[in-house]
Write a protein that binds this ligand. Structure first.
Ligand code: NAP
Length: 255
């Protein structure tokens, strides 16, 4: 695909990695559809991106844990007149407590936003992308998807596994699917979940610009899985040989 005249829809586009995807995709001259709950923040972001990059920016204020919110985004993804070429499934949050201490509603909402919503949005976007013979789907997963890390790791493992299959299945029809798997990133994520980050060594932190730059480069190369930074590539490789007990211990950081 050429790097212009495309439209990218990004979920969770007001903060952290989603805001950075918006910034870098705008700089590459893509038009944008920004999705998040906070309407005022979405509009402020849209105004700034229109001014800075002279692109078209739509906003959809939607709670992607709700049927109504998902329906709004599904409807936009199915629009034939102004198609979405790039879908970035990014919105997410984490839970600090252990599985049995969370309410079943908290766990269900988490599963909804991290797995069911991306599945529904991919299902809505793919038929149009396949009919046009072009498209790109980026699923923001996590290195937590490679280790035992409660339901968060399990949700991200679903995204990684599905992206690996979908990339093989759809690539020869013009649609790539890439799971971007960051380690710890400086965003609002840990603050929002009320997690303790003091035990995380400095070298384990990444900045959103690098994660997104490497993620987009890997997606543009048609890779199924992108693990930004050499240090996390090495850790991910080593995790294949570690015991579940060690992996689960490593996964207690940042909760
Ligand atoms: N930060 C990390 O260390 C890290 C590491 C690995 C993977 N990740 C993954 O990266 C992705 C982005 O996280 P981040 O670190 O950028 O987090 P963040 O800074 O907290 O941003 C989260 C974004 O998602 C939106 N959002 C949250 N709940 C939503 C909902 N129910 N409906 C619609 N939008 C919603 C938020 O906007 P509103 O509140 O306005 O809705 C915000 O724009 C997540 O999938 C996360 O699991 C993060």
């Amino acid at each position: 695909m050429s790097a212009s005249n495309r439209t990218a829809l990004i979920t969770g586009a007001t903060a952290g990695l989603g805001a950075e995807f918006a910034q870098q995709l705008a700089a590459a001259r893509n038009n944008l559809v920004l999705v998040a709950r906070d309407a005022a923040r979405l509009e402020a972001k849209a105004v700034r991106l229109r001014q800075d990059f002279a692109i078209e920016v739509e906003t959809i204020s939607a709670d992607l844990q709700s049927e109504e919110g998902i329906a709004l985004v599904v409807q936009r993804l199915k629009e034939v007149e102004s198609p979405v070429d790039i879908l970035v499934n990014n919105a997410g949050f984490g839970l600090t407590k252990s599985f049995e201490q969370n309410t079943v509603q908290e766990e269900s909402d988490h599963l909804q936003l991290l797995v069911a919503t991306p599945m529904l949005l991919m299902h809505a976007a793919l038929p149009g992308m396949l009919a046009r013979g072009r498209g790109q789907i980026i699923n923001v997963a996590s290195v937590a998807g490679f280790i035992p890390r409660a339901s968060y790791g399990a949700c991200k493992a679903w995204l990684i596994s599905f992206s690996r299959w979908a990339n093989v299945h759809y690539k020869n029809r013009g649609v790539s699917v890439t799971a971007v798997c960051p380690g710890f990133v400086h965003t609002e994520f840990h603050q929002r979940m009320g997690a303790t980050t003091s035990g995380i060594p400095q070298w384990m932190w990444l900045y959103p610009d690098r994660v997104v730059r490497e993620g987009l480069a890997d997606a543009n190369s048609g890779k199924s899985v992108s693990v930004p930074s050499k240090r996390y590539k090495a850790l991910t490789f080593l995790s294949k040989f570690s015991s579940d007990k060690f992996g689960a211990f490593a996964g207690t950081r940042g909760r």
